[in-house]
Design a binder for this molecule. Sequence first.
Ligand SMILES: [Zn+2]
Length: 479
Amino acid sequence: MFCACGLHRRGLFKAAAGAFAAAAATPRLSLAQAPAPQPAAGSPQRGNILLRGGQVLTMDETLGDLATGDVHVRDGAIVAVGENLSAPGADIIDAKDMIVMPGFVDTHWHLWSTALRMIVRGDDPRDGYFPTTIRVGRFFKPEDSYTNVRFGVAEGLLSGITTVHNWCHNTVSPQHADAELQAMKDSGIRGRYSYGAGQGHPSDKPMDLADVARAQKQWATDDGMLGLGACLRTPGVDNTRGAISVDLFRMELEAIQKLGLQGTIHCGPKNLVDLLGKNKLLGPELLLVHPQGMTDDELKMVGEARSPWSTAPVIEMSYSFVRSGRTQYAEIKALGVPLGLSIDASTATNTDYFNVMRALMWSDWQRTGAPVRVKPRELVSLATIGGAKLMGLADKIGSLTPGKRADVILVRASDINLAPVKDPYHAMVFHGQPSNVDTVMVDGRILVRRGALAGVDVPKLIREATESTRGVEERARRG
Ligand SMILES: [Zn+2]
């Protein structure tokens, strides 16, 4: 069901896609079908690997942590976790002085706009994130979408992110959807592509629901590497990007549900949760983003509907959105509904997942007066198994549990900003940064080794991202 060939690229972004595919293509095939190993060191092929002698945080409540332990990975699966494992024939990766843990799971990220940070300014509302993305979004070509996703994912991998929820509220055409999905595939990252109407799409017209179904059929895999969803436009009024009617929203949500997909929506406007609740639109099939500014009645609705949430604490603190509330983490936690962390927009902030955890901790402490302080382990849990549960992937990833897929990162505890480490959770949440990420493995493929991306020409990628934004800006200027 997965198309690994170039036939469906429609030729529009073949040049850009081909360049990266040649360097880092990672088709989702069984080992028996996999292409011959690439000769380059660190090429992202699966193998038989023993991560030896690290401090292992399994994030599995049963297995717990190992002060010194090994993780055996074979053909993309975690085979065993324990002390002094025997793995004849395995390639050994020395994990001494490393924290070995599951990769971070992002739950909401607008990868399409990453390189627009060249023209977005955080200190001038006229050139802020919203006016800029609205102004230039419709001038994206499929190759711009491709480049932006490759660019954003590259930064994400270097931060230890192994799963992304690519929240694309700028799917200008089916070719743009294909470009983004191809970029996710070529990057080797795990993720969901949430298909959304393009910027400026008429608010009385449905999104391209037929193409959501087409993309799902063409791209979704049953191995958990690539899935589809839909990001819907906000119903009601009082929305920066323009609102759609409740009836249109309901129609789109129902169509998405018929495909077995989850919808997702930004919850910026005031009283939006009230509107959704009163129209019986809340529920597990709709992932809500930005838990801020809810009234007690709205929180009650969320609890009763078991609505899942994604929070982007860095962005929520810096933008505060329309409702001007800080992240209601304590309330969401009390409700016991699923919650995950997210980058949101690397256009407006950087892709530092350690900082995402840190921001939520500080936000909660400041907001609640910290009568009960959120602990670092809870934040690391949210960033890994919590995100996996939110994305419906907990049977495959989120913890270092034998039988799960091998999405594993190694964090250098010997770095000057982390050492000396006593409590690895505390060290990472208070002091961690992307430069501490040594190795990143997704589905058994090593995509980052010794802090460098495998098979990616980073200067070239930056050049292409720069040229993409220049081109988009120029076309937008001409109108
Ligand atoms: Zn967002």
